[in-house]
Design a protein around this ligand. Sequence first.
Ligand code: UDP
Ligand code: MN
Length: 275
Amino acid sequence: NRNKDFHLDSVLTDLFISVKTTKKYHHPRLVILLETWASLVKHQTWFFTDLEDPDMNQRTQGHLIATNCSDSHSRVALVCKMASEFDFFLKSMKRWWCHFDDDNYVHVTKLAQLLKSYSPDEPIYLGKPSTAKPLEIFDIKSPQNTSHFWFATGGAGFCVSRTLALKMAPYAGNGKFVETGDQFWFPDDVTLGYIVEHLLGERLTVIPEFHSHLEPMKRIPPEEISQQISFSYISYNGVQNVIDLPGPLPTDADPTRFYSLHCLLYSAPYCPEEK
Ligand code: UDP
Ligand code: MN
């Protein structure tokens, strides 16, 4: 039996959710989120973009942050946005930060359950690597000194406790995140893993229930969908990588399957009435 009544878990009031987006994705990506999972956690969710958009700012109830980052898909632009998300989290004084991309669906109830099983008073880094092996870095001056570290793929979402963020602050706060990433030309999510694992010696806790579109979404068995925390979608060369859901919404109205997923897990005015 589906429990469709969403109750705001107390851990969610301690949570800051940042969604990375860009002006060309306000439609349709942001709208899809606002009409599905983000409607359940309006107060804690903030959207980090690169252009003022009064209409979207209103639809998010003032939660659209126009960063000064460039609107390109460049490494520097993405690291800049992650830095902005980090600084906002620290200022929010919340005990948990979870980052997602604008093509993620977040199963909010499961996310709350996950966070409740960890203490934000510990340095905690939760997410899922997309590589089979950790990254390896070499010291140019002494090449025998290699070092390995894992990072959580940004496209699957990740969470960081405030305690860890405070430890990260010397390397990530106030513009430092960009400087740190520039040392190795790392992308944003790699930079975060580098700070946590390499510089601070803390560890990523792997959460298999996070999913990016680097994985085939159809591989999630239908009966296990309600146990997952994040989902994504992508289409390349006309081939859709989306979760396998027959309905209730048709694919032309719901190509990402996020509305159908939302009806399966929760409820919304556009979902069919339950008999
Ligand atoms: N993104 C961005 N600026 C850009 C392109 C993308 O901030 O110029 C964001 C986008 O909104 C999303 C994330 O970066 O949250 C990943 O983008 P996308 O899904 O297009 O590419 P992927 O890296 O997943 O293939
Ligand atoms: Mn993507």
